[in-house]
Design a binder for this molecule. Sequence first.
Ligand SMILES: C=C(O[C@@H]1C=C(C(=O)O)C=C[C@H]1O)C(=O)O
Length: 399
Amino acid sequence: MSSPVLARPRPQYDAADLLTAYLPGSFYYSSRRGTLLADGVHAVVPAEPGTSRAQAAARALADARAAGLADPIVAGAVGFRPDDAASLVVPALVRRAPAPDGTATASAASVPVPAAWTVTPQPDPVDYAEAVRKALLHIETGDIDKVVLARALDVTADAPVSVPPLLARLTRADPAAHVFAVDVTAPGDPAARTLFGASPELLISRRGRTVTVNPLAGSRPRSADDAENRRRIDDLRTAAKDHAEHALVIRQVADVLRPFCSDLDVPAPEVVGTPTMWHLSTRITGTLDDPDDPGSSSLALAEALHPTPAVCGVPTTTARDVIADLEPASRGYYAGLVGWSGADGDGEWVVTIRCAEASGRSVRVHAGAGIVAGSDPEAELAETRAKFRTLLGALGVAE
Ligand SMILES: C=C(O[C@@H]1C=C(C(=O)O)C=C[C@H]1O)C(=O)O
């Protein structure tokens, strides 16, 4: 006699279901690879500043498996500097769905966001341009070849900010973006704090032996006019300064990956677009020598690659010191990494850019630009202004 069927079918979600199920404290991540919503905390991954988060994550994943958690992952964000905070957990529950299809999130996107905002730049744009001039002096004297300088906008609403409609708007504006939300509430924070954004920059994606890395560097703002966009794309395609800036990033990224890979394909850069920007982009693919080595997990590789010169500079340590000296506030999670990694080592991590932190009625939006020999302070200021538009557009803040 056949036995009754006891197994229930696995629920099938789409991206909109997961967005609807998002609650403050959830981890949300969507990209072309799929959508992931993680809730609850099975274990916090200890993140002592300066220690390997990948090693701590591997131990937490092994413990979670031993405790009977099926297919555990580590998910969250790691700050820019080694002494910045990290927010990495093994979630209790993970739900997955296919990639957002552009229409799936329409209803959440139509939820109104606050209408009245005040915007305060940090620092003042004049001071940012001055910091770029100082960075150019470091480049002239030969201390550094490149440094990325960032600034922020403090945006305050007339009502508490709700993150899910913002995620839906970011997804609708750019279905190809890596859209994320991570709880980064720290002890002593008066209200929950959420890091969220739509990063165009893949730090690393790993599936089995195959890794993909997609650095961006060298940019032009997108215009509303098609003919002007064609001019800007042509300009970016041929600009020696931008290609030199891009090459610095690609060289370092390829040098970091090569020891892990039996082959590495580094094609010529191409121009890619987001709704606000044009970027030089190189999609590098590699085959891992030993995918079972814990040092080749997606988080271990992300940690090895971070910070790429797309967000820090060349050489890394001096550029990081110049950033600490010239930027008035700590970056925190901005320009760090955000994503997830499974117990088998597969996963996906992006560079934490085109992002903001929301807490109560306040949102801090970040943007930076790469400074190399030949950079013009006013053009770099304009570039950060254009990059802010990704988040300001979702918030409905007029420039
Ligand atoms: C630093 C940011 O963007 C990075 C800097 C770029 C550049 O300088 O051309 C381009 C893409 C990103 O790698 C940011 O968006 O905040």
